[in-house]
Ligand binder design. Structure first.
Ligand code: GLC
Length: 648
């Protein structure tokens, strides 16, 4: 709804900044006025409409304007080009990789020289794991930030980052960086000032003089790292206070009840936006609002804050999309896309963590029913938003999907999860996987899974045992898993090393800053001598790299693989085979995956349920053509085989 006095307030700020509202800045002005009521409502929803909140709201308007002014012509025209394309990030032409700069190639300068590696693979989108300053040894892989604006010297300088962004932009590539919104390192300037006794900065965090409130919080809050960092509070002797530390004891939770904190972090968000990044990964958004007596995750105020951030970014930097890293229960993940009036106006992206974990479930059990039982939820994603689809990332694999999904497939949730944990940690003698349990909680028996794609698919064991047939089968599984996530819709995000079949890297055990966290086993240090083998026919590296490259190439050729709410799951006539149909206008692509180590038979009738039945199906993966048979005849998939079939 139009609000005249708000319009006047904004006009006054724009006038001061010499914004040309009728001329070159007209689009900005229009966006601002269009979003103003929402920004006003969201802000005051959190901070109230009292006189105290007023100056902060005024500063918010100034901040948005200032950020636009500082955005610069180049980025503004990139914004305009993206906006003209519509939802640029839904395209089937984007494929990503996530990597640690130091472990991948040393530093940012080196990365700029390796862009041809990504181009060879077909990757045009990079997620750099946190590059801002973070104390070594107490870093959580960079997720404990001590300076949001200073690139850590280990990686280079801010200028190196700018140069990389520039080069990537010129080469048509996209860049994603993190904003670690929920917490700072205890070495951040704000934390240091708080420790020194500065009340202003103590109010940036959740601090308590005694255990009374912490105990109350702890009763309803789960533990994130129960082994290495139990509880949610850490005692600080210098202040004689308890600080909320939901993650590690060196990561201090920011207090967004304080509007000053929101403004500071929004300022950092705009700083990143104006570095030219294309997608901002909002780390751990589920945690940004705390309320005693609740789990302190996914609270409505967290969504209000994200919506507010989204509307502000939309005004000042509309070319930057937001990814909410909410690794929570499926129903909760969906809410990060926005609901009600804010549908598709909160986060543009979320991780398809449910599907990721369920693929692993299907691989271990050879049964696709649990995976299918979750899809009705996942399919609720609104048009105009997208997934990051993936098989592995830097984090563990959580088994947090709902019990009813497991029960739906006829399994007992407790036993089923126990089986999965035993299978992937290699505790079962019949399991080919070499992973490990992460964050085992003895109180609840919960645990997550660490391990690289290749090791979890059995490659590490197969190589050790020099079992050629098992090596081949592991490769088939790796590709099955990748293909399943590449064609589903969303931006596929390869985790670095997986494209060259890296197995677990155990060197982290020798580093006391990492040895307490076994997620490092699947964060390899890249050996470029080994990677050279991607060009040597017959090597494992070459087989997996070339296949990954081919998957990306096929994806890029098929418009229907773009994420346009154009996914339909096929009827599971065979519980070992998952099948989904991707359509766009006349194009129909049936993707089929056999999750077992045996032949799987699928009735041809399966292809006759969604509109006109195809006569011929062309498999883009092998180049084979299949004539569609009678209903009583079968398409036979070999163990772990997948097919990308286009109706002809
Ligand atoms: C996110 C990151 C994870 C980190 C946590 C705390 O979940 O992906 O690696 O430990 O946030 O920042």
């Amino acid at each position: 709804m139009y609000n005249h006095s708000l319009h006047q307030q904004i006009n006054a700020v724009l006038h001061n900044e010499k914004i040309d509202i009728g001329g070159k800045d007209n689009h900005f002005f229009t966006r601002f006025i269009a979003n103003a009521t929402a920004i006003d409502a969201l802000f005051h929803d959190i901070y109230g409409r009292n006189g105290e909140a007023h100056p902060y709201f005024d500063r918010l308007i100034q901040l948005i304007t200032r950020s636009y002014v500082e955005r610069g012509e180049k980025l503004r025209s990139r914004d305009a080009a993206k906006t003209a394309k519509g939802h640029w990030f839904l395209s089937n032409e984007i494929a990503g990789m996530s990597l640690y700069v130091d472990r991948f190639c040393g530093h940012l300068g080196g990365l700029a020289k390796r862009l041809d590696y990504f181009q060879q693979l077909g990757v045009n989108f990079l997620h750099l794991m946190p590059v801002f300053e973070s104390p070594e040894g107490e870093s959580d892989g960079g997720y404990a930030v001590s300076d949001f604006r200073k690139v850590d010297a280990r990686f280079g300088t801010l200028n190196d980052l700018r140069a990389l962004q520039q080069q990537m932009q010129e080469e048509g590539m996209y860049l994603m960086l993190d904003i670690v919104l929920n917490h700072t390192s205890h070495h951040h300037e704000w934390a240091r000032k708080a420790i020194a006794g500065d009340k202003k900065y103590q109010d940036y965090f959740y601090m308590f003089d005694n255990r009374q409130l912490p105990d109350q919080f702890d009763r309803s809050m789960p533990e994130i790292f129960p082994e290495s960092s139990p509880g949610n509070f850490t005692y600080n002797a210098e202040m004689d206070k308890w600080v909320m530390t939901v993650f590690h004891r060196y990561q201090w939770d920011l207090n967004y009840r304080n509007p000053q904190v929101l403004l500071e972090m929004l300022d950092n968000i705009f700083f990143y936006a104006n570095l030219g990044i294309d997608v901002l990964r909002i780390d751990a958004p589920a945690f940004i609002w705390k309320q005693a007596g609740t789990s302190c995750q996914n609270l409505p105020q967290a969504h209000t804050l994200l919506r507010l951030i989204k509307q502000c970014v939309e005004v000042a930097a509309p070319g930057m999309a937001l990814l909410g890293e909410a690794i929570v229960a499926p129903k909760e993940i969906m809410k990060y896309f926005g609901t009600g009036l804010y549908t598709a106006k909160e986060c543009d992206f979320a991780y398809n963590a449910t599907h990721m974990a369920l693929q692993w479930d299907a691989l271990a059990t050879g049964d696709t029913r649990v995976m299918l039982a979750a899809q009705h939820e996942i399919l609720q994603k609104p048009y105009g938003t997208s997934w990051i689809t993936y098989t592995r990332c830097h984090d563990d694999i959580g088994l947090g999907y709902d019990d009813y999904m497991i029960q739906h497939a006829g399994f007992n949730p407790f036993e089923h999860r126990r089986f999965l944990k035993d299978y992937f940690s290699g505790a079962r003698p019949d399991s080919p996987a070499r992973g490990a349990l992460f964050s085992v909680n003895p109180k609840t028996n919960d645990a997550r899974i660490s391990g690289s794609l290749a090791s979890l698919c059995g490659l590490e064991k197969a190589i050790q045992e020099q079992n050629e047939q098992a090596v081949q089968q592991s490769v088939d599984k790796i590709l099955l898993m990748q293909a399943h996530s590449f064609f589903l819709g969303g931006v596929p995000m390869i985790f670095y090393g997986d494209e060259a079949a890296y197995t677990n890297d155990y060197s982290y055990l020798a580093d006391p800053g990492k040895s307490y966290d076994n997620r490092w086993m699947h964060r390899p240090v890249i050996d470029w001598e080994k990677n050279k083998r991607i060009n040597e026919q017959g090597t494992l590296e070459n087989t997996v790299f070339a296949a990954t490259q081919k998957l990306i190439r096929i994806r890029r050729q098929l418009f229907a693989i773009g994420d346009y709410k154009n996914l339909t799951w096929m009827t599971p006539y065979n519980i070992h085979v998952s099948g989904y149909l991707r359509t766009f206008e006349e194009q129909k692509i049936y993707c089929l995956f056999n999750f077992t180590n045996e032949d799987a038979w699928l009735t041809w009738f399966a292809f006759k349920e969604h509109g006109a039945a195809p006569a011929v199906l062309y498999d883009h993966w092998t180049g084979t053509e299949y004539a569609v048979g009678y209903d009583h005849q079968y398409l036979v998939l070999k163990p772990y085989q997948f097919l990308i079939l286009e109706a002809r």
